[in-house]
Design a protein around this ligand. Structure first.
Ligand code: PEP
Length: 244
């Protein structure tokens, strides 16, 4: 399995930010790990021109139709992108997306030939109540379609309370969660579940990347804020390469 570090630019980025990607492509074009930047739909074509692997941040479950303002997976693929994120907690929370919708978006991504990163994660209240594993197992059961394979699918564990806050679970907590997620994936998908990449996401930065990437069953990271600037993202890529 090749490890993966994926950036998520969210609703950030205009033409003025494209040189960040050129810098990354220059420094990491031949990386020994997969490097992907998921960006806003407005930039995807030009992001793809840099030669980096590019992804959408979300897609509609239908391939086309009367859905004003939405973007289909086929449209994302048409830009030259090869990945798409589904189920990010900001989509689940801000747009009331449920697991069934996220599963249908994952299927739409596969149908368009995209590799799909499916996000799961517990809220702070659920974490404090000790419900993390129950929540994550339920999200996996319902938002990962049966047809998922290691080649088409990556799972990103992102505790909601760690996203953009500077907080992270302890190394022991990440380890325990990822071990439990691996067991759950293997129980359902067998060998495909063993090979499916499990990313950690939530306040990953250069200063904590080494510790997180050293953990068993952490096959890379989904990175928000620290993916916006090449000088912040580059050391995270280097840390993942060193752990691979
Ligand atoms: C994210 O939004 O997927 C994320 C992990 O954000 P950050 O790295 O900024 O916490």
């Amino acid at each position: 399995m090749r490890k993966l570090v994926a950036g998520n630019w969210k609703m950030n980025g205009t033409s003025a930010d494209l040189p960040q990607l050129n810098a990354l492509a220059d420094q990491h074009g031949d990386a020994s790990v997969d490097v992907v930047i998921c960006g806003p739909a407005t930039l995807l074509s030009r992001m793809a021109d840099t030669g980096l692997s590019i992804g959408g941040e979300d897609c509609h479950p239908s391939s086309s139709g009367a859905y004003t303002g939405d973007i289909s997976a086929a449209m994302i693929a048409d830009t030259g992108a090869t990945y798409v994120i589904t189920g990010h907690s900001e989509r689940r929370t801000d747009h009331n997306e449920d697991d069934a919708l996220i599963a249908s978006k994952a299927t739409a991504g596969w149908n368009a030939g995209l590799h799909v990163i499916i996000c799961i994660g517990e809220s702070e209240a659920q974490y404090r109540a000790g419900e993390t594993l129950d929540i994550l197992r339920a999200q996996m059961d319902q938002s990962i379609p049966d047809a998922a394979t290691a080649e088409t699918t990556t799972i990103a564990y992102e505790p909601i309370w760690a996203i953009g806050t500077g907080l992270t679970p302890t190394a022991e907590e990440i380890s325990a969660v990822h071990a439990a997620l691996r067991v759950h994936l293997e129980a359902r998908f067998g060998a495909e579940g063993s090979a499916m990449r499990l990313l950690y996401g939530g306040s990953v930065k250069a200063s904590n990347a080494d510790e997180i990437f050293a953990l068993a069953n952490v096959d890379g990271a989904l990175v928000g804020g620290a993916s916006l600037k090449a000088t912040d993202f580059s050391p995270i890529i280097t840390a993942l390469e060193a752990s691979a």
